[in-house]
Design a protein around this ligand. Structure first.
Ligand code: PLP
Length: 379
């Protein structure tokens, strides 16, 4: 068994998609002549319109990033009590709850979707509970129907961190149509991005003026400030990048779909590696390439695989380890038992996944994983 070659250059988990410089240039030329650089100018309005159409939603407001979008979304709904959420997520999810003065409460995830488990949510509800905040992890949708029933029964706000779920659909319905509000991130590491940026999609159209105030210091006009707002505006340069990126979405999705197909076919042959399978009725966001490593069957733990891959110059990511409930600010936070979340955080690894990595790179990554598993078996 020959040791496969090490990658000559570091292979990262993702690489940002970029539009052509000419397209960006055209947009920048407009800014140079108008000198409108921020404050919800023409590019910002145009991008909001484009995204409503691309994402198939009516109510959409842009923000400087996904974190501010989610925090201000929770603020716009006056959430101050407990919010039941998942520990298997990026730190921004519980941080947004904390920043608006509310209290996160953690519950377990379901072992199949790795998203918040509706039964576990219900077990954590108290008279102080005001909202549920689910995360569509890797674009796998939460059990939106069960969560909706729970939210209705207990009169709770239902919000989603949909940062991984750009263009995810359930039965052809855009993911942003579920719940009261959903946050999408347009960070450079996401498939569609504005370098930094994000948006909220929401069901109640009357929220829009409030969100527009909250992202601009609460300023209504020269004489009145109506809200304790922040500065969370997407500027005109970022909006221009977004406009130039619109045409990159479908080609990038096509490239990633082909890579995904290859990864799934090749990885199926390696014992101890499991891929997340989306249900038939769900459209893939093609954001990440997560695998789960069963240490007993594979012969190495996830952490050992992570380290071995580094020796081949492959920078995989342990999304999500540690759990948010193990971060310093949340060790005292109320939490149910979370065995599924713990297990997932010890087994998941996100492999390199971006459009121009090339099919042969997928083959080499899988060959290295196969080599590691065979090596572990003879040891
Ligand atoms: C990227 C991401 C965020 C943060 O979004 P920003 O736009 O970087 O603020 C929040 N939650 C999840 C799950 C993410 O992946």
């Amino acid at each position: 068994m020959r040791r496969p070659d090490r990658f000559a250059a570091p292979l990262y988990v993702t690489r940002p998609v970029l539009p052509s410089l000419e397209t960006v240039h055209g947009h920048l030329a407009d800014l140079w002549s108008s000198r409108i650089l921020s404050n919800q100018g023409p590019k910002h309005k145009w991008l909001e319109q484009e995204l409503r159409s691309v994402m198939g939603v009516r109510n959409l407001t842009l923000f400087a990033n996904g974190t501010l979008a989610l925090a201000l979304g929770l603020r716009s709904l006056g959430i101050k009590g407990e919010v039941v959420t998942t520990p298997f997520t990026f730190p921004a999810t519980p941080h947004c709850i904390t920043w608006v003065g509310a209290t996160p409460v953690f519950c377990d995830i379901s072992p199949d979707t790795l998203c918040i488990d509706p039964g576990a949510v219900e077990s954590m509800i108290t008279p102080q509970t005001e909202a549920i905040l689910g995360v569509h992890v890797y674009g796998m949708p939460c059990d939106v129907h069960a969560l909706e029933r729970i939210a209705e029964r207990h009169r709770l706000v239902l919000a989603y961190d949909a940062a991984h779920a750009f263009l995810t659909e359930i039965d052809g319905r855009p993911i942003g149509e579920f719940g009261h509000l959903s946050m999408f991130s347009f960070h450079a590491t996401k498939l569609f991005h504005t370098i930094e940026g994000g948006c909220l999609v929401y069901s109640d159209a009357s929220l829009r003026p409030k969100l527009d105030l909250l992202k601009n210091f609460g300023i209504q006009d020269e004489n009145s400030v109506l809200e304790v707002g922040l500065n969370a505006k997407l500027n005109e340069v970022q909006s221009a990048i977004g406009l130039a990126m619109i045409n990159e979405i479908e080609p990038e999705r096509a490239r990633r779909a082909a890579l995904r197909h290859r990864y799934l076919a090749l990885l199926a042959e390696i014992a101890g590696i499991r891929c997340l399978r989306l249900p038939q009725n769900v459209t893939d966001s093609l954001q990440y390439m997560p695998i789960r490593i069963n240490a007993k069957e594979f012969g190495l733990t996830r952490d050992e695989v992570y380290r071995e891959l580094l020796s081949f110059n492959i920078y995989s990511r342990k999304y999500f380890f540690p759990l948010c409930s193990d971060y310093a600010p949340y060790t005292q936070t109320r939490s149910g038992t979370t065995p599924n979340a713990h297990r997932a955080s010890e087994e998941v690894l996100c492999l390199p996944f971006y459009g121009d990595m090339g099919m042969e790179t997928v083959d080499r990554v899988v060959e290295i994983l196969r080599y590691l598993s065979e090596l572990a078996r003879v040891r």
